[in-house]
Design a protein around this ligand. Structure first.
Ligand SMILES: NC(=O)c1ccc[n+]([C@@H]2O[C@H](COP(=O)([O-])OP(=O)(O)OC[C@H]3O[C@@H](n4cnc5c(N)ncnc54)[C@H](O)[C@@H]3O)[C@@H](O)[C@H]2O)c1
Ligand SMILES: O=CCCC(=O)O
Length: 526
Protein backbone atom coordinates (compact mmCIF):
# COMPACT_ATOMS: atom_id res chain seq x y z
CA UNK A 1 0.00 0.00 0.00
CA UNK A 2 2.63 2.45 1.12
CA UNK A 3 4.77 1.56 -1.88
CA UNK A 4 1.97 2.46 -4.26
CA UNK A 5 1.16 5.68 -2.47
CA UNK A 6 4.82 6.69 -2.67
CA UNK A 7 5.12 5.64 -6.26
CA UNK A 8 2.16 7.77 -7.14
CA UNK A 9 3.95 10.74 -5.69
CA UNK A 10 7.12 10.33 -7.76
CA UNK A 11 6.27 12.17 -10.94
CA UNK A 12 4.13 15.24 -11.30
CA UNK A 13 3.12 17.51 -14.12
CA UNK A 14 1.49 20.85 -13.53
CA UNK A 15 -1.32 20.83 -16.08
CA UNK A 16 -4.22 20.34 -16.18
CA UNK A 17 -4.26 18.72 -12.72
CA UNK A 18 -1.14 17.52 -10.93
CA UNK A 19 -0.56 14.06 -12.38
CA UNK A 20 1.02 11.22 -10.46
CA UNK A 21 2.46 8.39 -12.46
CA UNK A 22 3.82 4.96 -11.80
CA UNK A 23 4.60 1.87 -13.80
CA UNK A 24 2.44 -1.14 -13.06
CA UNK A 25 4.67 -4.07 -12.12
CA UNK A 26 2.23 -6.53 -13.66
CA UNK A 27 2.03 -5.01 -17.13
CA UNK A 28 4.82 -2.45 -17.34
CA UNK A 29 2.24 0.11 -18.50
CA UNK A 30 2.41 3.63 -17.22
CA UNK A 31 -0.45 4.59 -14.93
CA UNK A 32 -1.44 8.18 -14.47
CA UNK A 33 -3.90 9.57 -11.95
CA UNK A 34 -4.29 13.14 -10.78
CA UNK A 35 -3.28 13.94 -7.22
CA UNK A 36 -6.78 13.87 -5.74
CA UNK A 37 -7.57 10.50 -7.31
CA UNK A 38 -4.27 8.97 -6.25
CA UNK A 39 -4.76 10.16 -2.68
CA UNK A 40 -8.34 8.90 -2.64
CA UNK A 41 -7.29 5.46 -3.88
CA UNK A 42 -4.69 5.37 -1.13
CA UNK A 43 -7.15 6.46 1.58
CA UNK A 44 -9.66 3.86 0.43
CA UNK A 45 -7.07 1.11 0.32
CA UNK A 46 -7.75 0.26 -3.33
CA UNK A 47 -4.11 -0.21 -4.00
CA UNK A 48 -2.25 -2.45 -6.38
CA UNK A 49 -1.24 -5.92 -5.49
CA UNK A 50 1.78 -6.56 -7.72
CA UNK A 51 0.89 -3.32 -9.48
CA UNK A 52 -2.82 -4.01 -9.99
CA UNK A 53 -5.88 -3.48 -7.85
CA UNK A 54 -6.96 -6.85 -6.40
CA UNK A 55 -10.35 -8.50 -6.20
CA UNK A 56 -12.04 -9.78 -3.06
CA UNK A 57 -13.61 -13.17 -2.45
CA UNK A 58 -14.12 -15.12 0.74
CA UNK A 59 -12.86 -12.14 2.73
CA UNK A 60 -9.41 -12.29 1.10
CA UNK A 61 -7.92 -9.74 -1.25
CA UNK A 62 -6.30 -11.56 -4.15
CA UNK A 63 -4.48 -10.93 -7.41
CA UNK A 64 -4.90 -12.54 -10.82
CA UNK A 65 -2.26 -13.20 -13.50
CA UNK A 66 -4.27 -11.09 -15.96
CA UNK A 67 -5.21 -7.45 -15.52
CA UNK A 68 -7.09 -4.80 -17.46
CA UNK A 69 -6.73 -1.05 -17.68
CA UNK A 70 -9.14 1.53 -16.28
CA UNK A 71 -9.00 4.92 -17.98
CA UNK A 72 -10.11 8.43 -17.10
CA UNK A 73 -12.64 9.27 -19.84
CA UNK A 74 -11.80 12.99 -19.62
CA UNK A 75 -8.07 12.58 -20.29
CA UNK A 76 -7.73 9.06 -21.70
CA UNK A 77 -5.03 8.45 -19.03
CA UNK A 78 -4.78 4.93 -17.64
CA UNK A 79 -5.72 5.25 -13.95
CA UNK A 80 -4.96 1.73 -12.82
CA UNK A 81 -4.59 -1.89 -13.75
CA UNK A 82 -7.16 -4.14 -12.12
CA UNK A 83 -7.44 -7.89 -11.55
CA UNK A 84 -9.24 -9.44 -14.52
CA UNK A 85 -11.42 -12.20 -13.10
CA UNK A 86 -12.53 -14.99 -15.38
CA UNK A 87 -14.73 -18.06 -15.02
CA UNK A 88 -12.34 -19.69 -12.54
CA UNK A 89 -12.42 -16.75 -10.14
CA UNK A 90 -16.19 -16.50 -10.58
CA UNK A 91 -16.66 -20.17 -9.66
CA UNK A 92 -14.43 -19.75 -6.62
CA UNK A 93 -16.25 -16.59 -5.49
CA UNK A 94 -19.60 -18.39 -5.76
CA UNK A 95 -18.17 -21.16 -3.58
CA UNK A 96 -16.91 -18.58 -1.05
CA UNK A 97 -20.37 -17.04 -0.97
CA UNK A 98 -21.98 -20.45 -0.54
CA UNK A 99 -19.60 -21.21 2.35
CA UNK A 100 -20.82 -18.03 4.05
CA UNK A 101 -24.49 -18.64 3.34
CA UNK A 102 -25.62 -20.94 6.14
CA UNK A 103 -24.15 -18.86 8.91
CA UNK A 104 -25.24 -15.49 7.44
CA UNK A 105 -28.76 -16.76 6.81
CA UNK A 106 -29.03 -17.77 10.48
CA UNK A 107 -27.50 -14.57 11.79
CA UNK A 108 -30.19 -12.59 13.63
CA UNK A 109 -31.70 -9.87 11.50
CA UNK A 110 -30.71 -7.22 14.02
CA UNK A 111 -27.05 -8.23 13.67
CA UNK A 112 -27.29 -8.05 9.87
CA UNK A 113 -28.92 -4.67 10.26
CA UNK A 114 -26.15 -3.41 12.54
CA UNK A 115 -23.49 -4.56 10.05
CA UNK A 116 -25.23 -2.70 7.23
CA UNK A 117 -25.58 0.38 9.40
CA UNK A 118 -21.82 0.28 10.12
CA UNK A 119 -21.11 -0.03 6.37
CA UNK A 120 -23.42 2.91 5.71
CA UNK A 121 -21.52 5.02 8.26
CA UNK A 122 -18.17 4.02 6.74
CA UNK A 123 -19.38 5.00 3.26
CA UNK A 124 -20.46 8.43 4.46
CA UNK A 125 -17.26 8.88 6.44
CA UNK A 126 -15.34 8.33 3.15
CA UNK A 127 -17.70 10.32 0.96
CA UNK A 128 -15.06 12.59 -0.51
CA UNK A 129 -12.53 9.95 -1.64
CA UNK A 130 -15.34 7.74 -2.91
CA UNK A 131 -16.79 10.60 -4.94
CA UNK A 132 -13.35 11.47 -6.29
CA UNK A 133 -12.63 7.93 -7.48
CA UNK A 134 -16.11 7.64 -9.01
CA UNK A 135 -15.54 10.91 -10.90
CA UNK A 136 -12.13 9.79 -12.14
CA UNK A 137 -13.53 6.50 -13.45
CA UNK A 138 -16.85 7.54 -14.91
CA UNK A 139 -16.37 11.26 -15.52
CA UNK A 140 -19.42 12.66 -13.74
CA UNK A 141 -18.98 16.09 -12.10
CA UNK A 142 -17.75 15.84 -8.51
CA UNK A 143 -20.94 17.43 -7.15
CA UNK A 144 -22.96 14.66 -8.81
CA UNK A 145 -20.58 12.01 -7.50
CA UNK A 146 -21.01 13.39 -3.98
CA UNK A 147 -24.77 13.20 -4.44
CA UNK A 148 -24.36 9.62 -5.62
CA UNK A 149 -22.43 8.68 -2.48
CA UNK A 150 -25.36 9.91 -0.39
CA UNK A 151 -27.83 8.12 -2.69
CA UNK A 152 -25.81 4.88 -2.53
CA UNK A 153 -25.58 5.08 1.26
CA UNK A 154 -29.33 5.68 1.50
CA UNK A 155 -29.98 2.16 0.11
CA UNK A 156 -27.70 0.66 2.73
CA UNK A 157 -29.51 2.60 5.45
CA UNK A 158 -32.94 1.73 4.05
CA UNK A 159 -32.24 -2.00 3.93
CA UNK A 160 -30.51 -1.97 7.33
CA UNK A 161 -33.91 -0.78 8.57
CA UNK A 162 -35.82 -3.35 6.50
CA UNK A 163 -33.80 -6.37 7.73
CA UNK A 164 -35.57 -6.74 11.10
CA UNK A 165 -38.98 -6.03 9.56
CA UNK A 166 -39.07 -9.10 7.30
CA UNK A 167 -42.20 -10.96 8.39
CA UNK A 168 -44.26 -13.93 7.28
CA UNK A 169 -48.00 -14.31 7.66
CA UNK A 170 -50.31 -16.45 9.78
CA UNK A 171 -53.78 -17.57 8.70
CA UNK A 172 -55.16 -18.55 12.07
CA UNK A 173 -58.66 -19.73 11.31
CA UNK A 174 -59.08 -20.93 7.77
CA UNK A 175 -58.95 -24.70 8.54
CA UNK A 176 -60.47 -26.65 11.43
CA UNK A 177 -57.56 -28.91 12.34
CA UNK A 178 -54.62 -27.00 10.93
CA UNK A 179 -52.81 -23.70 11.21
CA UNK A 180 -51.27 -22.13 8.11
CA UNK A 181 -48.33 -19.77 8.10
CA UNK A 182 -45.38 -18.57 6.08
CA UNK A 183 -41.80 -17.78 6.93
CA UNK A 184 -39.61 -15.69 4.67
CA UNK A 185 -36.15 -17.10 4.12
CA UNK A 186 -33.08 -15.94 2.19
CA UNK A 187 -33.07 -17.37 -1.31
CA UNK A 188 -29.39 -18.36 -1.26
CA UNK A 189 -26.33 -16.90 -2.95
CA UNK A 190 -27.12 -13.80 -5.03
CA UNK A 191 -25.19 -12.35 -7.96
CA UNK A 192 -25.17 -8.74 -9.16
CA UNK A 193 -23.95 -7.41 -12.52
CA UNK A 194 -23.78 -3.64 -12.49
CA UNK A 195 -23.19 -0.74 -14.91
CA UNK A 196 -20.77 2.19 -14.87
CA UNK A 197 -23.16 5.12 -14.75
CA UNK A 198 -23.90 4.85 -11.02
CA UNK A 199 -20.85 2.87 -9.91
CA UNK A 200 -21.84 3.11 -6.23
CA UNK A 201 -25.63 3.22 -6.10
CA UNK A 202 -26.28 0.41 -8.59
CA UNK A 203 -24.20 -1.84 -6.33
CA UNK A 204 -25.73 -0.83 -2.99
CA UNK A 205 -29.28 -0.99 -4.42
CA UNK A 206 -28.69 -4.72 -5.02
CA UNK A 207 -26.18 -5.70 -2.38
CA UNK A 208 -27.84 -4.04 0.63
CA UNK A 209 -31.20 -5.84 0.28
CA UNK A 210 -29.44 -9.14 -0.44
CA UNK A 211 -27.27 -8.87 2.66
CA UNK A 212 -30.24 -7.66 4.73
CA UNK A 213 -32.20 -10.73 3.63
CA UNK A 214 -29.33 -13.08 4.55
CA UNK A 215 -27.88 -13.71 1.09
CA UNK A 216 -24.13 -13.48 0.42
CA UNK A 217 -23.44 -11.70 -2.89
CA UNK A 218 -21.00 -11.94 -5.78
CA UNK A 219 -20.73 -8.62 -7.61
CA UNK A 220 -19.38 -8.25 -11.15
CA UNK A 221 -18.98 -4.48 -11.56
CA UNK A 222 -18.63 -2.68 -14.88
CA UNK A 223 -15.23 -2.85 -16.52
CA UNK A 224 -15.24 0.97 -16.55
CA UNK A 225 -15.67 1.39 -12.78
CA UNK A 226 -14.06 -1.47 -10.83
CA UNK A 227 -12.08 0.81 -8.49
CA UNK A 228 -15.23 2.35 -7.02
CA UNK A 229 -16.71 -1.11 -6.50
CA UNK A 230 -13.54 -2.33 -4.78
CA UNK A 231 -13.52 0.78 -2.58
CA UNK A 232 -17.06 -0.03 -1.42
CA UNK A 233 -15.95 -3.55 -0.57
CA UNK A 234 -12.87 -2.25 1.29
CA UNK A 235 -15.18 -0.16 3.45
CA UNK A 236 -17.09 -3.32 4.37
CA UNK A 237 -13.89 -5.13 5.41
CA UNK A 238 -14.25 -6.34 8.99
CA UNK A 239 -17.92 -5.33 9.12
CA UNK A 240 -19.28 -8.30 7.18
CA UNK A 241 -18.14 -11.90 7.65
CA UNK A 242 -15.78 -13.30 4.98
CA UNK A 243 -17.62 -14.35 1.83
CA UNK A 244 -20.72 -12.20 2.38
CA UNK A 245 -19.56 -9.53 -0.10
CA UNK A 246 -17.37 -10.67 -3.00
CA UNK A 247 -16.33 -8.36 -5.83
CA UNK A 248 -14.87 -9.82 -9.01
CA UNK A 249 -13.94 -7.15 -11.58
CA UNK A 250 -13.62 -8.36 -15.14
CA UNK A 251 -12.58 -6.90 -18.47
CA UNK A 252 -15.11 -6.58 -21.29
CA UNK A 253 -13.67 -9.80 -22.77
CA UNK A 254 -14.43 -11.65 -19.55
CA UNK A 255 -17.90 -10.13 -18.96
CA UNK A 256 -19.74 -12.81 -20.90
CA UNK A 257 -17.71 -15.82 -19.65
CA UNK A 258 -18.24 -14.59 -16.06
CA UNK A 259 -21.91 -13.92 -16.83
CA UNK A 260 -22.26 -17.48 -18.10
CA UNK A 261 -20.86 -18.88 -14.85
CA UNK A 262 -23.22 -16.72 -12.76
CA UNK A 263 -26.24 -17.69 -14.89
CA UNK A 264 -25.44 -21.39 -15.14
CA UNK A 265 -24.60 -21.92 -11.46
CA UNK A 266 -27.29 -23.72 -9.52
CA UNK A 267 -25.77 -22.29 -6.32
CA UNK A 268 -26.63 -18.76 -7.43
CA UNK A 269 -30.35 -18.50 -6.68
CA UNK A 270 -30.93 -14.86 -7.61
CA UNK A 271 -29.33 -12.69 -10.26
CA UNK A 272 -29.85 -8.96 -10.41
CA UNK A 273 -28.68 -7.04 -13.45
CA UNK A 274 -28.65 -3.35 -14.33
CA UNK A 275 -27.52 -2.45 -17.80
CA UNK A 276 -28.49 -2.50 -21.42
CA UNK A 277 -31.62 -4.20 -22.69
CA UNK A 278 -29.60 -6.34 -25.10
CA UNK A 279 -27.46 -7.87 -22.35
CA UNK A 280 -30.52 -8.15 -20.07
CA UNK A 281 -32.33 -10.23 -22.68
CA UNK A 282 -29.33 -12.49 -23.07
CA UNK A 283 -29.12 -13.02 -19.29
CA UNK A 284 -32.86 -13.68 -19.14
CA UNK A 285 -32.58 -16.53 -21.63
CA UNK A 286 -29.35 -17.86 -20.13
CA UNK A 287 -30.93 -18.08 -16.65
CA UNK A 288 -33.71 -20.32 -17.93
CA UNK A 289 -31.64 -23.46 -17.37
CA UNK A 290 -31.46 -22.88 -13.59
CA UNK A 291 -34.80 -21.03 -13.18
CA UNK A 292 -33.27 -18.57 -10.76
CA UNK A 293 -34.90 -15.39 -9.53
CA UNK A 294 -34.06 -12.59 -11.91
CA UNK A 295 -34.18 -8.83 -11.47
CA UNK A 296 -33.61 -6.76 -14.61
CA UNK A 297 -33.20 -2.97 -14.63
CA UNK A 298 -32.71 -2.16 -18.31
CA UNK A 299 -32.69 0.71 -20.73
CA UNK A 300 -35.14 3.59 -20.97
CA UNK A 301 -35.97 6.25 -23.57
CA UNK A 302 -38.00 8.51 -21.34
CA UNK A 303 -40.58 10.91 -22.73
CA UNK A 304 -41.23 14.26 -21.07
CA UNK A 305 -44.61 15.78 -21.92
CA UNK A 306 -44.88 19.54 -21.46
CA UNK A 307 -48.57 20.39 -21.45
CA UNK A 308 -50.11 23.69 -22.53
CA UNK A 309 -50.90 24.36 -18.85
CA UNK A 310 -47.24 23.91 -17.78
CA UNK A 311 -45.35 26.51 -15.81
CA UNK A 312 -42.28 26.90 -18.03
CA UNK A 313 -39.87 27.61 -15.16
CA UNK A 314 -40.88 24.31 -13.61
CA UNK A 315 -40.76 22.47 -16.92
CA UNK A 316 -37.29 23.75 -17.85
CA UNK A 317 -35.99 22.97 -14.34
CA UNK A 318 -37.37 19.43 -14.58
CA UNK A 319 -35.94 19.02 -18.08
CA UNK A 320 -32.47 20.17 -17.03
CA UNK A 321 -32.47 17.92 -13.95
CA UNK A 322 -33.57 14.89 -15.91
CA UNK A 323 -31.85 15.36 -19.28
CA UNK A 324 -28.43 16.66 -18.28
CA UNK A 325 -27.71 14.80 -15.03
CA UNK A 326 -24.44 12.96 -15.76
CA UNK A 327 -24.61 14.30 -19.31
CA UNK A 328 -27.74 12.28 -20.10
CA UNK A 329 -26.13 8.97 -19.15
CA UNK A 330 -28.87 7.83 -16.80
CA UNK A 331 -31.50 5.24 -17.58
CA UNK A 332 -34.26 7.57 -16.36
CA UNK A 333 -33.12 10.67 -18.25
CA UNK A 334 -35.67 12.39 -20.49
CA UNK A 335 -34.79 11.76 -24.13
CA UNK A 336 -37.96 12.60 -26.05
CA UNK A 337 -39.58 15.94 -25.30
CA UNK A 338 -43.22 16.23 -26.40
CA UNK A 339 -44.11 19.89 -26.03
CA UNK A 340 -47.48 21.49 -26.72
CA UNK A 341 -47.36 23.61 -29.88
CA UNK A 342 -48.49 26.70 -27.93
CA UNK A 343 -45.40 26.65 -25.69
CA UNK A 344 -42.80 24.82 -27.77
CA UNK A 345 -40.92 27.93 -29.00
CA UNK A 346 -40.55 29.40 -25.52
CA UNK A 347 -39.63 26.02 -23.99
CA UNK A 348 -36.96 25.28 -26.60
CA UNK A 349 -35.43 28.74 -26.30
CA UNK A 350 -35.14 28.50 -22.51
CA UNK A 351 -33.94 24.90 -22.48
CA UNK A 352 -31.25 25.67 -25.08
CA UNK A 353 -30.11 28.75 -23.11
CA UNK A 354 -29.68 26.71 -19.93
CA UNK A 355 -28.15 23.70 -21.65
CA UNK A 356 -25.55 25.70 -23.55
CA UNK A 357 -24.54 27.44 -20.30
CA UNK A 358 -23.34 24.10 -18.88
CA UNK A 359 -19.55 24.02 -18.86
CA UNK A 360 -17.84 20.94 -20.31
CA UNK A 361 -14.78 19.81 -18.39
CA UNK A 362 -13.07 17.30 -16.17
CA UNK A 363 -15.44 16.23 -13.41
CA UNK A 364 -12.90 17.20 -10.76
CA UNK A 365 -12.60 20.79 -12.04
CA UNK A 366 -14.68 23.42 -10.27
CA UNK A 367 -17.58 24.69 -12.35
CA UNK A 368 -17.89 21.62 -14.58
CA UNK A 369 -21.54 21.06 -15.49
CA UNK A 370 -20.98 18.15 -17.87
CA UNK A 371 -18.05 15.77 -17.86
CA UNK A 372 -17.04 13.37 -20.61
CA UNK A 373 -19.21 10.55 -21.88
CA UNK A 374 -18.02 7.12 -20.89
CA UNK A 375 -16.10 6.43 -24.10
CA UNK A 376 -15.58 7.45 -27.73
CA UNK A 377 -18.30 5.10 -28.93
CA UNK A 378 -20.79 7.09 -26.84
CA UNK A 379 -19.78 10.39 -28.47
CA UNK A 380 -19.95 8.78 -31.90
CA UNK A 381 -23.46 7.54 -31.15
CA UNK A 382 -24.58 11.05 -30.12
CA UNK A 383 -23.04 12.54 -33.28
CA UNK A 384 -24.73 9.99 -35.53
CA UNK A 385 -28.12 10.44 -33.84
CA UNK A 386 -27.94 14.22 -34.28
CA UNK A 387 -26.92 13.89 -37.94
CA UNK A 388 -29.76 11.43 -38.58
CA UNK A 389 -32.30 13.73 -36.93
CA UNK A 390 -31.11 16.67 -39.03
CA UNK A 391 -31.36 14.61 -42.24
CA UNK A 392 -34.98 13.92 -41.28
CA UNK A 393 -35.81 17.63 -40.82
CA UNK A 394 -34.66 18.31 -37.25
CA UNK A 395 -33.03 21.66 -36.39
CA UNK A 396 -30.07 21.90 -33.99
CA UNK A 397 -30.76 24.74 -31.56
CA UNK A 398 -27.57 24.35 -29.54
CA UNK A 399 -24.58 22.02 -29.41
CA UNK A 400 -24.50 19.06 -31.76
CA UNK A 401 -20.78 18.35 -31.86
CA UNK A 402 -17.85 16.69 -30.19
CA UNK A 403 -15.41 19.47 -29.20
CA UNK A 404 -11.77 19.09 -30.30
CA UNK A 405 -9.18 17.72 -27.87
CA UNK A 406 -8.78 14.63 -25.71
CA UNK A 407 -11.57 12.96 -23.79
CA UNK A 408 -14.96 11.68 -24.92
CA UNK A 409 -16.91 14.94 -24.63
CA UNK A 410 -20.11 15.92 -26.42
CA UNK A 411 -21.76 19.33 -26.29
CA UNK A 412 -25.10 19.74 -24.50
CA UNK A 413 -27.49 19.64 -27.42
CA UNK A 414 -31.11 20.50 -28.20
CA UNK A 415 -32.64 19.40 -31.52
CA UNK A 416 -36.18 20.52 -32.34
CA UNK A 417 -38.73 19.28 -34.92
CA UNK A 418 -37.37 15.77 -34.50
CA UNK A 419 -39.06 13.20 -36.76
CA UNK A 420 -40.84 10.49 -34.80
CA UNK A 421 -39.29 7.78 -36.97
CA UNK A 422 -35.71 9.01 -36.49
CA UNK A 423 -33.26 7.02 -34.35
CA UNK A 424 -32.89 10.02 -32.03
CA UNK A 425 -36.57 9.59 -31.15
CA UNK A 426 -36.90 5.84 -31.28
CA UNK A 427 -33.75 4.76 -29.40
CA UNK A 428 -32.19 5.62 -26.06
CA UNK A 429 -29.24 7.94 -26.80
CA UNK A 430 -27.51 7.92 -23.38
CA UNK A 431 -25.94 11.32 -23.97
CA UNK A 432 -26.63 15.04 -23.59
CA UNK A 433 -28.97 15.28 -26.58
CA UNK A 434 -32.58 16.45 -26.13
CA UNK A 435 -34.94 15.73 -29.03
CA UNK A 436 -38.06 17.93 -29.14
CA UNK A 437 -41.29 17.41 -31.10
CA UNK A 438 -44.49 19.45 -30.86
CA UNK A 439 -48.00 18.04 -30.29
CA UNK A 440 -51.44 19.55 -30.48
CA UNK A 441 -53.65 17.40 -28.24
CA UNK A 442 -53.04 15.41 -25.08
CA UNK A 443 -54.26 12.09 -26.47
CA UNK A 444 -51.67 12.32 -29.25
CA UNK A 445 -48.92 13.08 -26.70
CA UNK A 446 -49.90 10.10 -24.54
CA UNK A 447 -49.99 7.81 -27.59
CA UNK A 448 -46.54 8.93 -28.76
CA UNK A 449 -45.09 8.69 -25.24
CA UNK A 450 -46.37 5.14 -24.80
CA UNK A 451 -45.09 3.97 -28.19
CA UNK A 452 -42.02 1.74 -28.26
CA UNK A 453 -40.56 -0.97 -26.06
CA UNK A 454 -39.20 1.20 -23.21
CA UNK A 455 -41.22 1.63 -20.03
CA UNK A 456 -38.85 2.84 -17.34
CA UNK A 457 -39.48 6.54 -16.61
CA UNK A 458 -41.68 9.28 -18.03
CA UNK A 459 -42.32 12.86 -17.03
CA UNK A 460 -45.23 15.25 -17.37
CA UNK A 461 -45.29 18.96 -16.62
CA UNK A 462 -48.50 20.93 -16.33
CA UNK A 463 -51.15 22.25 -13.96
CA UNK A 464 -51.39 19.57 -11.27
CA UNK A 465 -54.86 18.12 -12.05
CA UNK A 466 -54.10 18.18 -15.77
CA UNK A 467 -50.67 16.58 -15.36
CA UNK A 468 -51.98 13.94 -12.97
CA UNK A 469 -54.66 12.84 -15.44
CA UNK A 470 -51.97 12.38 -18.10
CA UNK A 471 -49.57 10.66 -15.67
CA UNK A 472 -52.11 7.93 -14.94
CA UNK A 473 -52.28 7.06 -18.65
CA UNK A 474 -48.54 6.58 -19.08
CA UNK A 475 -47.30 3.00 -19.33
CA UNK A 476 -44.09 3.42 -17.32
CA UNK A 477 -42.76 2.19 -13.97
CA UNK A 478 -41.87 5.70 -12.77
CA UNK A 479 -43.56 9.01 -13.60
CA UNK A 480 -42.26 12.41 -12.50
CA UNK A 481 -44.98 15.06 -12.28
CA UNK A 482 -43.48 18.55 -12.48
CA UNK A 483 -40.26 16.94 -11.27
CA UNK A 484 -37.18 15.69 -13.10
CA UNK A 485 -35.28 14.09 -10.17
CA UNK A 486 -37.41 11.14 -9.13
CA UNK A 487 -35.13 8.51 -7.59
CA UNK A 488 -35.44 7.71 -3.88
CA UNK A 489 -34.39 4.69 -1.80
CA UNK A 490 -37.86 4.57 -0.22
CA UNK A 491 -39.66 4.03 -3.51
CA UNK A 492 -39.75 1.17 -6.04
CA UNK A 493 -37.43 1.64 -9.02
CA UNK A 494 -38.05 -0.35 -12.18
CA UNK A 495 -39.76 -0.46 -15.52
CA UNK A 496 -42.54 -1.95 -17.58
CA UNK A 497 -42.22 -3.65 -20.99
CA UNK A 498 -38.60 -4.15 -22.14
CA UNK A 499 -37.23 -1.90 -19.41
CA UNK A 500 -37.11 -4.77 -17.00
CA UNK A 501 -38.49 -7.12 -14.40
CA UNK A 502 -38.99 -6.48 -10.70
CA UNK A 503 -38.40 -3.44 -8.54
CA UNK A 504 -35.42 -2.26 -6.50
CA UNK A 505 -35.56 -0.10 -3.37
CA UNK A 506 -38.73 0.69 -1.46
CA UNK A 507 -40.78 -1.78 0.55
CA UNK A 508 -40.40 -4.57 -2.00
CA UNK A 509 -36.71 -4.33 -2.94
CA UNK A 510 -35.84 -7.04 -0.44
CA UNK A 511 -38.43 -9.45 -1.92
CA UNK A 512 -36.05 -10.33 -4.76
CA UNK A 513 -33.82 -12.08 -2.21
CA UNK A 514 -36.48 -13.90 -0.16
CA UNK A 515 -38.52 -17.05 -0.61
CA UNK A 516 -41.90 -17.42 1.06
CA UNK A 517 -42.08 -20.84 2.65
CA UNK A 518 -45.56 -22.08 3.55
CA UNK A 519 -45.71 -24.19 6.70
CA UNK A 520 -48.82 -26.21 7.40
CA UNK A 521 -49.25 -27.29 11.04
CA UNK A 522 -51.56 -30.28 11.10
CA UNK A 523 -53.14 -32.49 13.73
CA UNK A 524 -54.63 -29.76 15.87
CA UNK A 525 -57.34 -30.93 18.25
CA UNK A 526 -59.66 -27.91 18.22
N1 LIG B 1 -32.93 0.49 -15.39
C1 LIG B 1 -31.90 0.87 -14.65
O1 LIG B 1 -31.98 0.96 -13.43
C2 LIG B 1 -30.59 1.18 -15.32
C3 LIG B 1 -29.59 1.78 -14.57
C4 LIG B 1 -28.36 2.07 -15.17
C5 LIG B 1 -28.17 1.76 -16.52
N2 LIG B 1 -29.17 1.20 -17.21
C6 LIG B 1 -28.99 0.90 -18.64
O2 LIG B 1 -27.69 0.38 -18.85
C7 LIG B 1 -27.18 0.78 -20.11
C8 LIG B 1 -25.82 1.38 -19.96
O3 LIG B 1 -25.03 0.64 -19.11
P1 LIG B 1 -23.85 -0.30 -19.65
O4 LIG B 1 -23.29 0.25 -20.90
O5 LIG B 1 -22.92 -0.57 -18.53
O6 LIG B 1 -24.65 -1.61 -20.01
P2 LIG B 1 -24.07 -3.02 -20.44
O7 LIG B 1 -25.24 -3.91 -20.56
O8 LIG B 1 -23.14 -2.92 -21.56
O9 LIG B 1 -23.19 -3.47 -19.19
C9 LIG B 1 -23.75 -3.63 -17.90
C10 LIG B 1 -22.96 -4.68 -17.17
O10 LIG B 1 -23.13 -5.92 -17.84
C11 LIG B 1 -21.86 -6.48 -18.11
N3 LIG B 1 -21.98 -7.28 -19.32
C12 LIG B 1 -21.91 -6.90 -20.61
N4 LIG B 1 -22.10 -7.96 -21.42
C13 LIG B 1 -22.35 -9.03 -20.62
C14 LIG B 1 -22.64 -10.39 -20.83
N5 LIG B 1 -22.78 -10.89 -22.07
N6 LIG B 1 -22.82 -11.17 -19.76
C15 LIG B 1 -22.72 -10.70 -18.52
N7 LIG B 1 -22.43 -9.42 -18.24
C16 LIG B 1 -22.27 -8.59 -19.27
C17 LIG B 1 -20.93 -5.31 -18.24
O11 LIG B 1 -19.61 -5.73 -18.06
C18 LIG B 1 -21.47 -4.43 -17.11
O12 LIG B 1 -20.99 -4.88 -15.87
C19 LIG B 1 -28.21 1.74 -20.64
O13 LIG B 1 -29.04 1.09 -21.56
C20 LIG B 1 -29.00 2.14 -19.42
O14 LIG B 1 -30.30 2.59 -19.69
C21 LIG B 1 -30.36 0.89 -16.65
O1 LIG C 1 -29.27 5.07 -14.46
C1 LIG C 1 -30.07 4.56 -13.75
C2 LIG C 1 -30.27 4.74 -12.30
C3 LIG C 1 -30.64 6.14 -12.01
C4 LIG C 1 -31.17 6.34 -10.63
O2 LIG C 1 -31.23 5.41 -9.82
O3 LIG C 1 -31.54 7.48 -10.35
Amino acid sequence: MVVFAQALLIARSAVPRAKHTLRAASSGRQLCADAATAESLAVLGVLPMNGAAPYVAGGRWRSTPNTFAVTDPATDDVLAQVADCGPQEAEAAIQDAQNAFESWARTPARTRSDALRAWHDAILAHAEPLATVATAECGKPLAEARAEVAYAASFVEWFAEEAPRVAGEVKSNVAQDRRLLTVRQPVGVAAAITPWNFPLAMITRKVAPAIAAGCPVVVKPSEYTPLTALALARLADGLLPPGVLNVIPASRQNAQPVGEVLCDSDVVRALSFTGSTAVGKWLYSRCASTVKKLGLELGGNAPMIVLKSADLDTAVRAAMASKYRYGGQTCVCADRFLVHEAVVDAFVERLAAEASALKLGHGLDAGTGIGPLIDEAATFKCQERVKGAVRAGGRVVCGGNKPPGPGSFFEPTVVRDVAIDSELWQLETFGPVAGVAAFSDDAEAVRLANEGPAGLAAYVCGELGHAWAVAERLDFGIVGVNEGAVSHAAMPFGGTKESGLGREGGNHGIDEYLEDKYLCLGGLDM
